[in-house]
Design a binder for this molecule. Structure first.
Ligand code: HEM
Length: 347
C-alpha cells in the first residue's frame, strides 16, 4: 500500500482530474447550496468529498449508486472509531458488516471494469481503479482484485472525514476573519475572470491559488483534522530527558507541535504568511503526518480543498448562525452542530 498509493496520487497523476473535480463541485453547489439561505457545512462537505471519491476512484456518478455506498460507508467510519466488541448491534459489529458489504460491491465493480477495459469500453486513465488494474510491479505482476478492493477502501476511509473537516474549518475561519476572506475572494475572482463561460479549472489555475492554500494550511495548523498517530520505538532513545525503550508505542500530537512558539511565534494568531517561501521547518507542521507513513492523499486533499474554496467564495460570503458552537474531538475535531451558516450570494 505504502509503495503503491503515491503512484496513483502524485501531482502528475492527479492533474487530469481537476476539471472533473470542478464540474462535480458545480453540481454539488447547485444541488445543495444555491437558492438556500442557510446550510450546515459539515454534512455537505462530506457529501462533496464522497461524490469526488466515488467519481475519481471508481467512476461512479449515478446518485443512487453513490448513495448505495454512502450508507454502509458511514457505518464503517463509525465502526473504526469504536470499542472493539463484536456483538450484534455494536458500532464495531455494524462496521464489520458494512465493510463486507462495501468490499463485495467493490469486487463486482472491479470485475466489470476488467471486462470493460478488455473490450475498450473503459479508458486506462479514467480513474484510480483503471490505474490500479493496469499497474504491474517490477516482475510484471498485476495486483489481485482483493488487494485493489482493500486499497480503494483504504483511500475512501483515509479521505472521508479528514478533508471534510478541513473544509468545514476553512469556512469557519473565513466567516470569523473578513480580511482573510476578502483576500481569498480577490485571488479566486482573478482566476475566475480569466475563464471563458463553462471553462473548468485546470492545473495552472490551482498553481495560482497560493494565498488560498496558505490560508487552508494555517487553518490545518490551528485545527488539524487528525490529532496525531502512533509510532513504535525501533531502538532505545532519550527525548527531553526521558528514556524511551525499544518497542514502546508513542503518540505524536499535531496540535501541540503546531502551537510551539519556537517555530510558530504568537501561535494563536491566524497568520497565513507563515507558509510563504519554504514555510515551516521540517516536522514542525504535521497535519498530514511525516516520514515514511505520511498521508499519501495530501496532494489529492489540496486539490479538492482548493476547488471547493474557489467555488464557495465565488458564490457566497456567509456568517455563523451559532455564535458559540462548541468544538468536539471524537476523535476527529469538528464543530458540534456541523457548523450551520447563513449564506449571502454575491450579486
Ligand atoms: C485534509 C485532509 C487529510 C488530512 C489532514 C490527512 C491526514 C493524515 C494523517 C495525519 C495520516 C497519518 C500519517 C502518519 O502516520 O504519519 C494520514 C494517513 C493516511 N491518509 Fe490522509 N489525510 C487527509 C486526506 C486524505 C485523502 C484525501 C486520502 C485519500 C485519497 C488519504 C489517505 C490516507 C491513507 C491511505 C493513510 C494511511 C497511510 C499509511 O498508513 O501508511 N488522506 N492522513
Amino acid at each position: 500500500m505504502r509503495k503503491l498509493l503515491p503512484q496513483f496520487l502524485k501531482p502528475e497523476a492527479l492533474q487530469r482530474y481537476i476539471g472533473i473535480m470542478d464540474s462535480i463541485a458545480q453540481r454539488h453547489f447547485k444541488a445543495g447550496w444555491d437558492d438556500r439561505d442557510e446550510v450546515t457545512v459539515f454534512p455537505l462537505a462530506k457529501r462533496y468529498t464522497f461524490w469526488l471519491a466515488c467519481r475519481l476512484f471508481l467512476s461512479i456518478e449515478d446518485p443512487d449508486h453513490v448513495a448505495k455506498f454512502a450508507d454502509p460507508f458511514n457505518a464503517l467510519a463509525s465502526g473504526i472509531f469504536s470499542i472493539p466488541i463484536d456483538l450484534p448491534g455494536t458500532s464495531f459489529n455494524k462496521g464489520i458488516k458494512a465493510s463486507d458489504e462495501i468490499r463485495k460491491e467493490l469486487l463486482a465493480i472491479i470485475k466489470q471494469r476488467k471486462i470493460d477495459l478488455a473490450e475498450n469500453r473503459a479508458s486506462p486513465t479514467q480513474d484510480i481503479l483503471s490505474h490500479m488494474l493496469l499497474y504491474t510491479d517490477e516482475d510484471g505482476h498485476f495486483m489481485n482484485e482483493r488487494d485493489i478492493a482493500d486499497k480503494i477502501l483504504g483511500l475512501l476511509i483515509g479521505g472521508h472525514d479528514t478533508a471534510s473537516v478541513a473544509i468545514t474549518f476553512v469556512m469557519k475561519y473565513l466567516a470569523e476573519l473578513p480580511d482573510i476572506y476578502n483576500q481569498v475572494l480577490q485571488e479566486q475572482m482573478e482566476i475566475a475572470k480569466c475563464k471563458a463561460p463553462g471553462e473548468r479549472l485546470n492545473w495552472d489555475d490551482l498553481q495560482k491559488m497560493r494565498y488560498s492554500w496558505n490560508v487552508a494550511s494555517e487553518v490545518m495548523r490551528l485545527a488539524p483534522p487528525l490529532q496525531g498517530a502512533f509510532r513504535e520505538a525501533l531502538m532505545d532513545f532519550t527525548f527531553a530527558g526521558f528514556c524511551i525503550p525499544k518497542g514502546w508505542k508513542l503518540y505524536w500530537a499535531a496540535n501541540s507541535a503546531h502551537r510551539n512558539p519556537e517555530y510558530f511565534p504568537e501561535p494563536e494568531k491566524f497568520d497565513p504568511s507563515r507558509f510563504d517561501g519554504t514555510g515551516p521547518a521540517p516536522y514542525t507542521y504535521v497535519p498530514f503526518g511525516g516520514g515514511p507513513r505520511m498521508c499519501p492523499g495530501k496532494e489529492y486533499a489540496r486539490l479538492e480543498i482548493l476547488v471547493f474554496m474557489h467555488n464557495v467564495v465565488k458564490r457566497f460570503n456567509w456568517e455563523k448562525t451559532l455564535s458559540d458552537e462548541k468544538i468536539i474531538v471524537n476523535p476527529i475535531r469538528m464543530p458540534a452542530k456541523g457548523f450551520p451558516v447563513r449564506l449571502h450570494a454575491h450579486k
